[in-house]
Write a protein that binds this ligand. Structure first.
Ligand code: ADP
Ligand code: MG
Length: 702
């Protein structure tokens, strides 16, 4: 299909432009400079400040190809103030010939004929005096005027030069539709220029535009562009949100009796936050559109019971609920806990994992598909739940624990499961979806990247928790840590010992786990030391976890398989070896495995010197903070939003210009504006999306 307004360029160039997301004239218009170079005045060689890029105009004195330390083109040039050496490590024969031709004119003739070099780059002191490495240069006539505006430097890719981009972008500015789509008065109130003014100014800033404001992205023109960009993201996500509300969903209405019966059997009362979130969820499940809600709550805030209550509502209404967890250990633990809660109420709970024996698996699948006696009402499992062969009889609610560990595709798969009815035909009733995460997403980020979801927050921990003490201990003091483990076990408690993470190799990781287990078994030969890692068979894993939970193992040596969800309240010491290799949210999750009972808990972060700067920063943050939201905020700051939201990305337009840490207010403004446009002026909303995301949406579809 031909794309309206497609960029005209030779095919090879077109293909490269496509890599930059540049397909239409509109894309060129919003392909904005990374930075600017000032070529509006010439600096004499002798007075160039060191380390700052300058424009120099000089004639050629000497051209030579040298071979030490490696083959390079060396050109000596001079202006009236002094001499300068240029070095080119990559160069063409044509380049050498062009420069030799200038040399042959001699400096005086160059003056007369007016053919000189204009160079742009940083001057640094070198072996032979002042030098520039790989300057950008051009042969110019003496009377050639200097540019009037700052020179934009665009984001680019191999094979697309700055000059080529400029040659395409400037005409696009005059041919593309730059008409204003926002309310002019509103823009004025916000001290924002019109869209046309903003893009003209940013592509070709006239003299007098404050350079710092341009470079730092604080100029009102940048503000306008960032707003437009965030607005496009909001429009796209909010439109998806509205569309979902037009779809039907299972009506999960009931008396709430089942949930009340469950609550009556619990040894604790819900916290205020749990009650509030439970109400939010219960209210939405009774609506005729599919819920898509993210439940955020710090490690240990009690998300599982909230999910169980939601499952009760679905089951009471005659539907099934599916509960998916990212690891087998966690899935099994959930299965055991949920079964202990729900089976006494007469609910059929089953579980499904990829590691089950075939016969058992098939029996379970038959119960999930319904019809058979003992049909499943709550199905707990790993991503085995989304496999082809699993068919749900009447799926009404999907719960995804630790959602950040799943890819978008996997979450979509599970949702699609519900859209099939018994006879395999598609019905258009997607199940309700509850996603849970203990990796709290800072508010602005949630408002931005998760604008198509509703978010509930558990902002209160159950009472009686004692804060966890965190200790940073150098690896050289390992003996003290061993003594601490002995002490903890001596007083009847248990400990975790987490093995070093080895990202590059699962095999090495397994080996370190075996080694650590062997070493600790020797050092603590009077204690019962268990080992759990990802390569164990699932029944071995389950048996070890059960023994640890029952207090039959004193120290559990583990890989990160215990990272999420594992809940053994008697464990009150967590040792993490090579803590410097772990990410912030991982450390926070691991630390959250202790502090679950009434005992004082300690987390020891063993680290090995020397620490890289980011590792040091991470350890400092985890040492100083125990609030998951606060840690997430730091994490966002360290890693940037792209990394932070990770696999959520696909389908969500990434922000190129707006900076969520700085431009918080723009996100709020854009959210309001998106709602207003979608309601009152859907055609303008559509045009805005087209302008900003048109090609990107095409690319996503491709
Ligand atoms: P997470 O939010 O990390 O998934 P869990 O649901 O595993 O937390 O809950 C952590 C522990 O707190 C569990 O042992 C759970 O039974 C317990 N718990 C949950 N809610 C409460 C409450 N309101 N009062 C006391 N304990 C609670
Ligand atoms: Mg949990």
């Amino acid at each position: 299909m031909a794309i309206a307004d497609e960029i005209r360029a030779p095919q090879a160039l077109q293909a490269r432009l496509r890599k930059l997301g540049l397909i239409r004239g509109d894309d060129l218009v919003v392909h904005l400079p990374l930075r600017y170079e000032d070529e509006t005045h010439v600096t004499p060689i002798a007075s160039a400040p060191a380390g700052e890029p300058v424009l120099v105009e000089a004639s050629v004195l000497d051209v030579s190809v040298q071979f030490r330390p490696r083959r390079q083109l060396v050109v000596r040039v001079a202006d009236a103030s002094g001499e300068l050496v240029l070095r080119f490590l990559n160069f063409y024969g044509s380049q050498t010939r062009q420069l030799e031709a200038l040399r042959d004119q001699g400096p005086d003739q160059a003056q007369l004929s007016g053919r000189r070099l204009r160079l742009f780059g940083e001057i640094r002191p070198g072996f032979l005096g002042a030098e520039m490495v790989h300057p950008r240069y051009r042969v110019v006539a003496a009377d050639e005027p200097l540019p009037q505006s700052l020179t934009p430097v665009y984001p680019t890719t191999a094979g697309v030069s700055q000059a080529a981009l400029r040659k395409l972008i400037l005409p696009a500015l005059s041919s593309a539709d730059l008409s204003e789509l926002l309310d002019a008065r509103w823009c004025q109130q916000q001290a924002m220029p019109t869209f046309a003014e903003a893009v003209h100014l940013l592509h070709a800033p006239l003299p007098g535009v404050p350079e710092a404001a341009l470079q730092m992205h604080t100029h009102p023109a940048w503000r306008r562009i960032k707003f437009d960009e965030v607005l496009a993201q909001q429009l796209s996500l909010r439109r998806a949100y509205r569309a979902r509300r037009l779809k039907g969903a299972p009506l999960l209405k009931g008396s709430g009796q089942l949930a009340r019966r469950l609550l009556a059997t619990l040894p604790f009362r819900l916290t205020g936050a749990q009650r509030r979130v439970h109400d939010e969820i219960a209210g939405e499940l009774a609506q005729p559109y599919p819920m898509q809600r993210l439940l955020q709550g710090d490690v240990g805030s009690g998300k599982t019971i909230v999910a169980a209550l939601a499952a009760c509502q679905a089951i009471e209404a005659g539907y099934q609920a599916a509960f998916m967890a990212p690891t087998e250990i966690l899935a099994e633990q959930h299965y055991l806990k949920l079964r202990s809660w729900l089976e006494p109420l007469g609910i059929e709970v089953v579980w499904l994992t990829g590691r089950q024996k075939k016969a058992l698996r098939q029996a379970m699948q038959a119960r999930v598909a319904g019809g058979a006696p003992g049909s499943a009402q709550l199905i707990v499992g790993t991503h085995a739940l989304i496999q082809e062969s699993v068919d749900f009889a009447r799926l009404g609610l999907v719960i995804i624990d630790e959602q950040h560990r799943f890819g978008v595709a996997q979450r979509l798969e599970l949702r699609k499961k519900g859209e099939k009815s018994e006879n395999g035909e598609k019905n258009s009733m997607p199940p309700h979806q509850l996603m849970m995460s203990a990796t709290p997403i800072p508010r602005t980020l949630a408002m931005s990247y998760y604008a198509d979801l509703d978010v509930s927050v558990l902002d209160e921990l159950p009472p009686g928790r004692r804060p966890i003490k965190t200790k940073l201990v150098s690896d050289s003091r390992r003996d003290e840590v061993i003594a601490r483990v002995r002490g903890v076990v001596g007083s009847g408690r248990q400990a975790y010992w987490v093995c070093p993470l080895i990202e590059e190799s699962e095999k090495l990781q397994l080996q370190t786990a075996l080694d650590t287990h062997a070493a600790l078994s020797e050092e603590l030969d009077d204690l019962r030391i268990g080992l759990v890692h990802g390569r164990l068979k699932s029944d071995e894993k389950a048996a070890t976890m059960a023994a640890f939970a029952a207090g039959e193992i004193d120290v559990l040596v583990a890989t990160t398989v215990i990272e999420v969800g594992v809940d053994v309240p008697n464990a009150c010491l967590m040792v993490i070896e090579h803590a410097e290799r772990f990410g912030l949210s991982q450390l926070h999750q691991l630390r959250g495995r202790v502090g679950r009972g009434a005992h004082e808990s300690v987390c020891v972060l063993l680290y090995q010197q020397p620490l890289s700067e980011t590792a040091r920063a991470r350890l400092k943050i985890i040492f100083e903070n125990d609030d998951g939201f606060e840690i997430a905020r730091h994490d966002l700051h360290l890693r940037g939003p792209g990394e932070f939201v990770g696999s959520r990305q696909s389908g969500v337009p990434l922000l190129r210009y707006a900076d969520l840490e700085v431009d918080t207010d723009l996100v709020e403004l854009a959210r309001e504006m998106a709602e207003r446009l979608l309601r009152d002026a859907p055609d303008l909303a559509q045009r805005h999306l087209q302008r900003w995301l048109g090609s990107r949406e095409e690319l996503l579809k491709a």
